[in-house]
Design a protein around this ligand. Structure first.
Ligand code: EPZ
Length: 418
């Protein structure tokens, strides 16, 4: 298993480029299952989760071909197998998203129940409730969920929580369904709007994506289309925090700054300087980091995926910060590892942690427990005195494309070792 050796203390300087968004690509790939022809998707990051999603689609019978390093053509017309097996779904929960498109197009799908993961239980009840409102019958057994409908119909779906995955699954299903579907209290994340853009290019009639109410007028057929994936706002945010925590100066190219207003506001509160250019953002770290409170919320609130990275930064602030996590019930696993590096953080409940800033962190052997917890450890290690040895970096590789070489390009002393 690979590890990162990071010798901290170098202020990062220079230009760093953001890749396509992992969390946009996965539902876009699922959308290709709806088309009667191939879809070409560009600006695709080469990540473990992307490879897993390609394997899911191929298992179903779709054909996938890389045309360029970041461009893939997927043809879902040959799908004959309507089952996504446990072996694949257990490695990536997001593959559950094939349920909606498969049942809409083929009348049936059987997908392994994704189960929990390190950051929480992560139920799928809202996905199922929505499909039932559209006429699907749901059966559960032997660790699988089967959805059946000779023909789905439009429905009114109210989501008790604006779940990103449920909103996407239902938009996908509704696009190829007779009648009008209205999703209320829908997620407003930018990845939802990106999915709507591809669906519309395929011939779907989707209105309101990016707002609380999404209306989908189902159509009978969808065609193949071309699409460029939006930049990864979480990767961009991680690099912005990297500039701030190392007291450096980074130009983050392709940063989707309009999707990162909550992070920008928080970084400014800590004393960082931010200059928004044309398609890029420059971040300069503050001399003294001011403590700030932070609460994660659905978009446009502060993103849960940048909670752990920001906590690493606050560990070096002057004063005490309160970090509140409202989206997932177990997303403080980085705390124990940050404490190993000298951070003074107390988890008060599953939802709240108090961060008492310290003057410095020290390098230590630490372990990534999930993707964003791993990113937090990388940031802490970049700012720490001495060497850190981060294990289980396969979590980090799920969502950050070549993070080591990108960071090396702006002055980080980071090495991937086996
Ligand atoms: C997406 O997960 C992202 N993943 C996550 O990114 C991200 O943290 C999350 O949205 C929130 O922004 C992808 O897009 C592939 P949710 P998703 O459904 O769709 C509860 C990363 O590090 N819930 O909005 O699974 C659920 O338990 C990751 O890149 C239900 O109760 O998130 C959770 O507490 C991790 N019932 C909350 O809602 C449901 O049916 C948010 O989940 C669905 C969700």
């Amino acid at each position: 298993m690979d590890r990162f050796l990071i010798r901290g203390g170098n202020p990062l300087k220079g230009k760093i480029r953001v890749s396509g968004a992992k969390n946009a690509v996965l539902p876009l790939f699922a959308a290709t299952l709806l088309a009667d022809g191939p879809c070409t998707i560009s600006n695709v990051p080469r990540l473990r989760d992307v490879t897993t999603m390609v394997r899911v689609l191929e298992t179903l019978g779709a054909k996938a071909e890389w045309l360029e390093p970041d461009t893939i053509r997927i043809d879902g017309t040959g799908v004959t197998n309507l089952e996504a097996p446990y072996d694949l779904v257990k490695t990536m929960r997001a593959s559950f998203i094939v349920l909606g498109p498969l049942v809409a197009k083929h009348g049936y799908a059987r997908v392994a129940l994704p189960g929990g993961c390190a950051i929480g239980v992560r139920q799928v009840d809202l996905h199922l409730k929505g499909l039932q409102a559209m006429g699907a019958t749901i059966e559960m057994g032997e660790g699988y969920i089967a959805a059946r409908a000779s023909k789905l119909h439009g429905g009114l779906v109210y989501l008790d929580f604006p779940s990103v995955g449920a909103t996407e699954n239902l938009m996908l299903a509704a696009s190829l369904t007779q009648g009008v579907t209205v999703i209320e209290n829908a997620a407003m994340e930018p990845e939802i709007s990106d999915l709507a853009r591809l669906l519309i290019s395929m011939g779907a009639r989707v209105k309101g994506a990016g707002s609380k109410v999404i209306e989908v007028h189902g159509v009978e057929k969808l065609q193949g289309a071309q699409h460029r994936v939006i930049p990864d706002r979480i990767e961009a945010g991680t690099f912005m925090i990297a500039a701030a925590i190392t007291g450096g100066h980074l130009t983050v190219e392709e940063a989707p700054i309009d999707m990162l207003e909550s992070l920008t506001a928080k970084l400014l509160e800590t004393g960082a300087s931010i200059y928004i250019g044309d398609g890029s953002v420059e971040v300069t770290g503050p001399r003294t980091i001011r403590a700030v409170n932070l609460t994660t919320q659905p978009h446009p609130g502060y993103p849960t995926d940048l909670q752990a990275p920001f906590m690493a930064y606050l560990a070096l602030a002057k004063g005490t910060s309160l970090v509140t996590e409202t989206i997932f019930e177990n997303r403080f696993m980085h705390v124990a590892e940050l404490r190993r590096m000298g951070a003074d953080i107390q988890v008060q409940s599953a939802r709240g942690a108090l961060v008492n800033g310290t003057t410095h962190l020290s390098g230590a052997p630490v372990m990534a427990s999930d993707l964003r917890a791993g990113a937090a450890l990388v940031l802490a290690a970049l700012a720490a005195q001495g060497e850190s040895d981060i294990s289980r970096i396969y979590h980090i590789d799920r969502g950050y494309e070549r993070i080591d070489s990108k960071l090396r390009g702006v002055g980080a002393d980071i090495e991937r070792v086996q």
